[in-house]
Design a protein. Structure first.
Length: 459
C-alpha cells in the first residue's frame, strides 16, 4: 500500500516524529485490498494530544480543527487535503443520531478503536512505518470471501449502519453474515430514529456507486428493513407472466434490471446525478404493478397482466422520493421516466417523439432508452436484446435532434409584438397555442411559425 500513498503524505508521515503511531484506516485500506486505486486517505493518530497534533501538522500546511472536541484535523498541503483524527469512544446515550457521547482518547488501543467501526472490511488498519496490515477482526478474509460482517456489538448503537450495510453490499457485492442479519433484525424498529438526511445519503451512495445493486436490496430485505420502504416491499411476490418474465416475480425482475443497469456503459460513464436518477427510475419503474396485476383472458388463454402500471407507478415513485427528501434537481427526472417506460411499444411518429421529449422534462429520450434497455435486460434467462421499438425511438429522436433535449418554442413574445399585437393576457394564450401547433408538426421553423401567426385573429 505504500506505493499508493501520495508522496506528500508519505513524507509527512516519515518526517513528523509526532506521527510515529499513525495508521491509515477505513476505506483506503479496504480499497487497497480490493486492488482499487485509493483516492481518499484517512489517518488515525495515537498517543498524541489534539494540540500537539495540530502543531505538528501546521508545519506542513494549513490546518482546520473540526468535530466535537477537535478530534479531526484537516491538513491542506501541496494541493492535497488529508484528514487526521484521534481514536474515539462513542457510547449511546439517547435516541437518534445525536444521542451519542463522543470522547477522543489518544491512549485508546488500535484494536479497541477498530472495534468501534461498522464492518470488518472497514476495520482494517495499515501501519505505514512498518508496512504492516492490522486486521484484528478478519476483514481481509471477509472481503476475499464476499462477506459483510459487523465488527462488534457496538454496531447496534447506530441504526444508520444497517443502511450503510445496504450500500456497501451493493458497492462491493457482499452477502451479509447470518449473525449480522440477526442483529439488524433486532434493531429494525430504530429506523424511525434516523434523520432523513442521513437516510438519503446512504440511498444516494447505493444508487450511484453500486456494482451489484441487487446485493444491497437483498441485504435490506434479509435484515428486516425493507418494511420501511413499502413501495419496494410491495414488489415481493407479485407474479408476472412467465412467457415474458421467466425470471420470476416483480421483485426478482427489478433486481435483475438494476444489475443490468449498473453494467451498461451509459450508466457507468454518467456523472453521479444522472446515475442517481437512472437507478431510482429503474428501481421504481414497476412500483405500479402490485396494484394493477391480475389474471385476464388474452388471446384465448389466461395470462397475468398489469395494465396501467406505468402511470400508477408515478405517484408511488414520487412518494418514495418525498420520504427521502430527495432534492428536486436529483429526483425530478424519475417520475416521467417511470410513467413513460413502455412508450417504445408503440411505433414512433415525429409528433409522438416531440410530445414525448416534452413529457420527459427534465429527463431526456436518451435517459429513457437507458431505462428501457435495463428493463429489457432484466429478464434472465432471456437474451439481452435492446427492444426494436427502443432502437426505432432512438433513431426517430436523432432525426429530430431531440434525443438529449425537448423542443423549444419557436414563437416568442417579441414576434407577437412585431406583428402589431399589443402585449397583454392574450399573449400567453397565443404562445401556448403556437407551441401546441409546433409539437403537432404544423410548422418546424421560425418562418413556418410566423406564417401560422399571420393566420391567427388579432384580439
Amino acid at each position: 500500500m505504500i506505493d499508493q500513498i501520495p508522496s506528500r503524505l508519505r513524507r509527512i508521515l516519515r518526517e513528523t516524529p509526532e506521527l510515529a503511531h499513525a495508521y491509515l484506516v477505513g476505506g483506503c485500506v479496504r480499497d487497497w485490498k480490493l486492488g482499487v486505486a485509493c483516492t481518499d486517505f484517512d489517518i488515525e493518530v495515537y498517543d498524541i494530544t489534539p494540540e500537539t497534533l495540530v502543531g505538528a501538522l501546521a508545519r506542513w500546511g494549513r490546518t482546520d480543527a473540526v468535530g466535537k472536541s477537535f478530534g479531526v484535523v484537516k491538513l491542506s498541503t501541496d494541493g492535497h487535503v488529508f484528514d487526521f483524527s484521534l481514536p474515539r469512544r462513542d457510547s449511546k446515550s439517547g435516541p437518534g443520531h445525536r444521542g451519542f457521547d463522543i470522547t477522543f482518547d489518544p491512549a485508546l488501543s488500535p484494536r479497541e478503536a477498530a472495534s468501534r467501526r461498522d464492518f470488518t472490511v472497514n476495520a482494517m488498519m495499515f501501519d505505514p512505518h512498518r508496512g504492516e496490515l492490522l486486521d484484528f477482526f478478519g476483514g481481509e478474509a471477509d472481503l476475499r470471501n464476499g462477506v459483510l460482517r459487523h465488527t462488534s456489538g457496538a454496531f447496534s448503537e447506530d441504526p444508520l449502519r444497517v443502511l450503510r450495510g445496504m450500500q456497501f453490499a451493493g458497492r462491493l457485492n457482499l452477502t451479509a453474515a447470518p449473525e449480522t442479519l440477526e442483529l439488524c433484525q433486532r434493531i429494525a424498529a430504530t429506523h424511525s430514529e434516523l434523520a432523513v438526511e442521513r437516510v438519503r445519503e446512504e440511498w444516494i451512495k447505493w444508487a450511484t456507486k453500486s456494482a451489484r445493486p441487487s446485493a444491497g436490496l437483498r441485504f435490506l430485505r434479509d435484515s428486516g428493513w425493507l418494511v420501511h420502504y413499502p413501495e419496494i416491499a410491495a414488489l415481493v411476490g407479485v407474479p408476472q407472466d412467465p412467457e415474458w418474465h421467466p425470471e420470476g416475480d416483480v421483485w426478482t425482475h427489478t433486481l435483475a434490471c438494476l444489475d443490468a443497469l449498473a453494467e451498461l456503459p451509459a450508466w457507468q460513464d454518467s456523472e453521479p446525478r444522472r446515475r442517481l436518477f437512472l437507478t431510482l427510475a429503474v428501481l421504481a419503474h414497476d412500483f405500479g404493478k402490485p396494484a394493477c396485476t391480475h389474471e385476464a383472458d388474452r388471446g384465448g388463454r389466461r395470462r397475468i397482466v398489469s395494465p396501467g402500471h406505468e402511470p400508477a407507478g408515478g405517484p408511488l415513485a414520487a412518494s418514495f422520493l418525498e420520504r427521502l427528501a430527495m432534492p428536486e434537481s436529483y429526483g425530478a427526472p424519475v417520475v416521467p421516466l417511470v410513467v413513460n417506460h413502455l412508450v417504445h411499444l408503440n411505433a414512433p411518429t415525429p409528433r409522438g417523439v416531440r410530445r414525448l421529449a416534452q413529457r420527459l422534462i427534465p429527463a431526456t429520450i436518451d435517459d429513457l432508452i437507458v431505462v428501457i434497455t435495463a428493463d429489457a435486460f432484466g429478464r434472465p434467462p432471456r437474451p439481452r436484446e435492446i427492444p426494436a421499438g427502443a432502437t426505432a425511438l432512438r433513431e426517430a429522436a436523432a432525426q429530430l435532434q431531440l434525443e438529449r433535449s425537448a423542443p423549444r418554442p419557436l414563437l416568442q413574445g417579441r414576434h407577437l409584438t412585431a406583428s402589431g399585437r399589443t402585449p397583454g393576457p392574450s399573449f400567453k394564450r397565443i404562445l401556448d397555442a403556437a407551441f401546441e401547433a409546433q409539437l403537432d408538426g404544423e410548422f418546424q421553423d421560425l418562418d413556418g411559425a410566423l406564417t401560422w401567426l399571420k393566420a391567427q385573429p388579432i384580439d
